[in-house]
Design a binder for this molecule. Sequence first.
Ligand code: GDP
Length: 296
Amino acid sequence: MAFEGLASRLQNVFGKLRGKGKLTEDDVNEALREVRLALLEADVNFKVVKDFIAKIKERAIGQEVLKSFTPGMVVVDIVNKELTELMGGTQSKLAKANRPPTVVLMVGLQGAGKTTLTAKLAKLLQKQNHRPLLVACDIYRPAAIKQLEVLGEQIKAPVFTMGDQVNPVEIAKAGLQHAKDNGNDYVLVDTAGRLHIDEQLMDELKQINETLNPHEILLVVDAMTGQEAVNVADSFHKQLTITGVVLTKLDNDTRGGAALSVRAVTGCPIKFVGVGEKTDALEPFYPDRMASRILG
Ligand code: GDP
């Protein structure tokens, strides 16, 4: 499970606090010191931690809280609410065009999980009775097109390809037309990634963006890379104005720093999390449920 380390540390801190009955200001300060360390160890962005602790302190260290009947529980409740806010507050849903098709662009670094996400998202949409079309615009990574075709076959969703000798912008344009001609109400475009963010990658994505005018640009980042994922998200957002983040490989992320920082740093909501390699291993992201899971 994700967040194991953080969850067990926080549960420990708050378990002690809950068990105390009456609390003093020192008790709360001591607990928040431990929370701060736990968050930093979980690879949460330094400034995010600082602001988070300051907010909780402001709300938790007041006579009303300390004099309440169950001060430990009140403090935990405050932390729960602030954690939920930190991750975006409410669930942020996938965009839906007023006039279909809804166009969704998958962007991110190579290996982040874009191709896998394209298929996962298609499967999720199929379950909601939509008819997604997958468009293969990653012409650089060897076998990316084949991978999308294989996944499409698995989930029985159509995949639009033009091979790897055609400009991705042209493929994207033709793919959109194909969707319109065939009554597909979602167009999911898998784009190329690189090992690092570079100008060529961004130029290509900007061109596809201008051509398709997508309703949603989902940035796919590997949760296991922690702060690096947050930095990648920040850089992409500055250049491309992404509309949402998908954190992949959360099933292997024992720390949770990316999930806790990415919203606060970029302002972009996390829309989905990938929790495995299979096509059904995708979950909508619910900040409140995630906070409760962390706090136990
Ligand atoms: P792309 O280069 O961004 O298109 O990345 P891929 O979709 O090919 O994914 C790279 C690797 O990560 C593949 O081996 C995927 O099976 C794996 N992967 C993708 N998403 C997840 C996830 O949520 N959990 C796990 N454990 N593996 C994932």
